[in-house]
Design a protein around this ligand. Structure first.
Ligand SMILES: [Zn+2]
Length: 273
């Protein structure tokens, strides 16, 4: 909330923005009535399917301003939302863009003439949301163990929806399932399972410590509502994405290659006479 204030020179920028929107609405109306001279209404936005900025055709748009005031205490707040239906000109996906601003979130700067300017920061969300990349080995993992693949599918879905508490719990569940697939007794506590992974040669000292952190994080999320930030979650995810395909898909098969490698020949040293 901010103190209720009179319009100032700084509001000129907002007025300019609203005028732009009005022009956009006019263009859309002309497009809808089929005027051939209105060739296109194109914008550049983040396509959720391409997961990158693309030229998009505006299929529909409306701007809804809002305001709120507390006359007793003299506070007020206002903002607006652009609702747009867009179609990516790359992959042809049609998606909805929610593009909002409010008068508590502005960037300020001084232009070359020394005049203070401001511009509203915009928050953009698309529906559907961009789907993050899945590792290529996930399908192969499904053939090895459907339950483990299903757990990881749900972890990725939760992460895409920014539900990082649920995703962190899911990561711990994935490690738990992986230990079971490797033949470790599922009734053992996590500490014992990780210890058996190490003694069984599936992981080394460092990875044991890394997976301890991963499972502790999942436990903290499950029991104490701890939520990692994006950076922390990416590290947890990376640890699991390294452990699971190597242990489950490749296992110790690579050790069989050792039998095919010819032994080193002993080097005959020239003795000085
Ligand atoms: Zn696209």
């Amino acid at each position: 909330m901010i103190d209720k204030k009179q319009p100032s020179d700084l509001d000129a920028n907002c007025i300019h923005f609203r005028r732009e929107i009005k022009v956009s609405n006019l263009d859309l109306a002309m497009t809808d009535t089929g005027h051939p001279e209105v060739e296109e209404n194109i914008t550049r936005e983040h396509c959720p399917s391409c997961d990158g900025e693309r030229r998009c055709q505006v299929r529909g748009h409306t701007y809804v301003p809002w305001s709120w005031s507390d006359d007793v205490n003299g506070f007020s707040m206002s903002g607006g939302i652009d609702h747009s239906l867009l179609q990516c000109l790359g992959c042809e996906t049609v998606f909805y863009l929610h593009n909002s601003w409010n008068d508590e979130d502005f960037d300020y700067w001084v232009d070359a003439d020394g005049t203070e300017r401001r511009e509203a920061n915009r928050t953009k969300t698309t529906y559907p949301k961009p789907v993050g990349q899945r590792p290529q080995w996930l399908e192969a993992l499904g053939k090895k163990d459907h339950d483990l693949k299903n757990i990881l599918d749900q972890v990725y879905t939760a992460a895409d929806a920014e539900c990082l508490i649920l995703a962190s719990i899911g990561i711990r569940t994935a490690v738990d399932r992986a230990t079971e697939v490797l033949g470790i007794d599922p009734t053992e506590p996590f500490v014992k399972k990780l210890s058996e992974l190490k003694s069984g040669g599936w992981i080394g000292d460092t990875e044991h410590d890394v997976l301890s952190v991963v499972t502790d994080a999942g436990s903290a999320a499950a029991h104490r509502g701890w939520e990692p930030d994006d950076h922390e979650f990416a590290k947890l995810m990376m640890a699991v994405e390294m452990f699971i395909p190597r242990a489950i898909l490749f296992g110790k098969d690579v050790l069989d290659v050792k039998k095919a490698i010819p032994p080193k020949k002993n080097r005959i040293k020239n003795k000085k006479t």
